[in-house]
Design a protein around this ligand. Structure first.
Ligand code: ZN
Ligand code: FE
Length: 242
């Protein structure tokens, strides 16, 4: 049994803390900043023993050094981006396993947003930390990769069990929903979700985590039927001003 806590930081980043009661271990996923993440852990009586990074962008590794200095935690990050993550200690790639006490996360390589982007999948918990690859009704921008790679990522994540909870690194849901509804205006699951998201954001509530089943039903990038269609939707979203 793990507990997962959301730490909202900067404009729209979510840092996740995952705590394993049995071992007392806590991992911080993509700590954009240091002190607020340390404070959030301390408030729960948790000590951060690990950091797991999904990719090198500063809003995902910015807190690494400060948290390590304060806790002595071990930092795991993608091998393909090791040169851009100087604080890293363990470099991981496809198929590697990362443990939190007795719980295992498997590493998926999901390049496209960045060339070495990884996700951490915890099958026993039905949880996946996806960084900036998959968002609620969205996907990451293709900064260092191709639509073909992102299409492959969507297919791979789509194949996880429907009740797998998806922890992404940003609250982009409302903007994504506004775009998604223009792609599939007649999708009733999407209409319902759009209304729920508007209400949640008006009430100041977070809309993450999402889950794979909900994304299969409503995410225009996961629902793209071809690489070309994903590419077209990604380009349209890049210039969308909803
Ligand atoms: Zn990013
Ligand atoms: Fe980001």
């Amino acid at each position: 049994m793990v507990e997962i806590a959301r730490v909202p930081v900067l404009n729209d980043n979510y840092v996740w803390l995952i705590h394993d009661e049995a071992s007392g271990e806590t991992a911080a996923i993509d700590p954009a900043v240091g002190q607020p993440v340390l404070d959030a852990a301390a408030a729960r009586g948790w000590r951060i023993t690990q950091i797991w990074n999904t990719h090198w962008h500063p809003d995902h590794i910015g807190g690494n050094a400060e948290i390590k200095a304060a806790t002595g935690c071990k930092i795991t990050a993608p091998a393909a981006e090791a040169g851009k993550i100087p604080t890293l200690e363990r470099a991981v790639s496809e198929g590697d396993k990362v443990s939190l006490g007795g719980i295992e996360a498997e590493v998926f390589e999901v390049p496209a947003h960045t060339a070495g982007h990884i996700a951490y999948h915890l099958p026993s918990e039905k949880v996946v930390f996806v960084g900036d690859t998959l968002f609620a009704m969205g996907c990451g921008k293709l900064f260092e990769g191709t639509a073909e790679q992102m299409y492959g990522n969507m297919k791979r994540l789509e194949a996880l069990p429907a009740d797998t909870k998806v922890y992404c690194a940003h609250e982009y849901t409302l903007a994504n929903a506004r775009f998604a509804i223009t792609v599939e205006p007649d999708n009733q699951d999407l209409q319902r979700r759009f209304a729920e998201v508007v209400a949640a954001r008006e009430a100041g509530e977070a809309t993450v985590p999402t889950d794979i089943g909900l994304e299969r039903a409503t995410n225009p990038f996961m629902r793209a039927s071809s690489i070309a269609e994903l590419a077209e939707r990604r380009a349209a979203k890049d210039s969308f001003r909803g």
